[in-house]
Write a protein that binds this ligand. Structure first.
Ligand code: PLP
Length: 403
């Protein structure tokens, strides 16, 4: 008898680890070396975990073998409260903080608790695709609002407004943005908050890259602009603290919690059902948030991440037919392939052909719910030499590629 997947998965798609990556794995098993620019995981690129974080987890491991509180360890939640108080977010209580097995788990949990079948969530295009996938899995409908490449990938506020219906429940803001590297100004955020205010939307603000900022970019925590709105802020240890494998993130609920009592009860039910997040790595949170912020060394002028961002951006723009907006934050670039020069109709096939021919792994733009097959994403985590090699392979491939 055939065993088939549930109908719930009909619109669920996460191409970052999809068919192209499977092809790369198959090639690796055959002995090929693949240059991977596909996943925002700092560890394989030589970014070591801060020593003080490792020591804290090791020290506490013998006492971390039991289940913990469903919402997370008190010490970790206290540190998160303090982190947001320092950023001007008032009225956060320990009970408003939920630890999770990465932000990923909390994204699915928070959407499952909110959405009825057919409810709509405004999500940026391009997006970090887990938001779209989790919305679909929860029975909702992802409605994409456009970010404007010609305006440094800022959200097109008129497009946001035009896509609101009586089924719209929430808006997702990803800032700094994956995959574009955009960092939104306070003014842009205020415009989005104002739309949420007018239409009574819940705000989901994914700020996992809040510390990875280049040049003079500054980050504003959306919730500080929306004290009168129900706002969930997401963040974690995977990126700035370089411990993605620890699977530790958090979510903070702010705003008029009395009006959201039923939703919060839903969040609590789902938090209880997963028993508790991974306990040992929660001991890293207090140390990470309170301690020496080693990410600062990486994003200072001349720091490794800045140099790599500069190299990737410059070399990509040097390739005929490619243009790339300079990322102001996060770990990615999202270049455009001029359709007049490269009339690509299927960008997954483009990515597959690239990995087969040049052993270079990128993610196609439609994997980020970008509506046209004319973009792709690279991570800027590899060393300058590898980035140079990668763009060289890409240019060679494009010089003869026709679809
Ligand atoms: N949100 C964004 C914007 C991301 O880019 C990622 C990972 O790439 C996540 C959330 C998931 O992070 P975590 O490792 O905390 O699950």
């Amino acid at each position: 008898m055939e065993v088939t997947q549930s109908a719930k998965l009909a619109n669920v798609c996460y191409d970052i680890r999809g068919p192209v990556m499977q092809e790369a794995k198959r090639m690796e098993a055959e002995g090929h070396r693949i240059l991977k620019l596909n996943i925002g995981n700092p560890a394989p690129f030589g970014f070591e975990a801060p020593e003080e974080i490792l020591q804290d987890v090791i020290l506490n491991l013998p006492a971390a073998h039991g289940y913990g509180d469903s919402k997370g360890l008190l010490s970790a939640r206290r540190a998160v409260v303090q982190y947001y108080q320092d950023r001007g977010l008032g009225g956060v209580d320990i009970e408003d903080v939920y630890l999770g097995n990465g932000v990923s788990e909390l994204i699915t949990l928070s959407l499952q608790a909110l959405l009825d079948n057919g409810d709509e969530v405004l999500i940026p295009a391009p997006d970090y695709p887990l938001w779209t996938a989790s919305t679909s899995l929860a029975g909702g409908r992802a409605v994409h609002y456009l970010c404007d490449e010609g305006a440094d990938w800022n959200p097109d506020v008129r497009d946001v407004e035009s896509k609101i219906t009586d089924r719209t429940k929430a808006i997702v803001i990803i800032n700094p943005n994956n995959p574009t590297g955009a960092v939104y100004s306070r003014e842009v955020l205020n415009e989005l908050v104002e739309i949420a205010r007018r239409h009574g939307l819940v705000i989901f603000s994914d700020e996992i890259y809040d510390k990875i900022l280049y040049d003079d970019a500054t980050h504003t925590c959306t919730a500080t602009l929306a004290p009168d709105l129900v706002c969930l802020t997401f963040n974690g240890l995977s990126k700035a603290y370089r411990v993605a494998g620890f699977r530790t993130g958090w979510m903070v609920v702010t705003g008029p919690k009395k009006h959201a009592a039923s939703y919060i009860e839903g969040l609590d039910i789902l938090a209880n059902m997963r028993l508790c997040p991974n306990v040992p790595t929660q001991y890293a949170v207090q140390t990470a948030l309170g301690g020496y912020q080693s990410i600062n060394d990486l994003v200072l002028p001349g720091g490794r991440l800045v140099e790599q961002r500069d190299t990737a951006w410059r070399l990509l723009n040097d390739v005929p037919g490619i243009s790339c907006v300079k990322p102001k934050g996060a770990l990615y670039a999202f270049p455009r392939l001029d359709p007049k020069v490269y009339p690509i109709v299927d960008d997954m096939r483009f990515a597959l052909d690239l990995v087969r021919q040049e052993k270079l792994l990128i993610v196609q733009g439609t994997g980020f719910n970008w509506p046209r097959p004319d973009h792709f994403r690279v991570v800027t985590l590899p060393r300058v030499a590898d980035l140079t090699d990668a763009v060289g392979r890409l240019a060679r491939f494009l010089s003869t590629y026709r679809q």
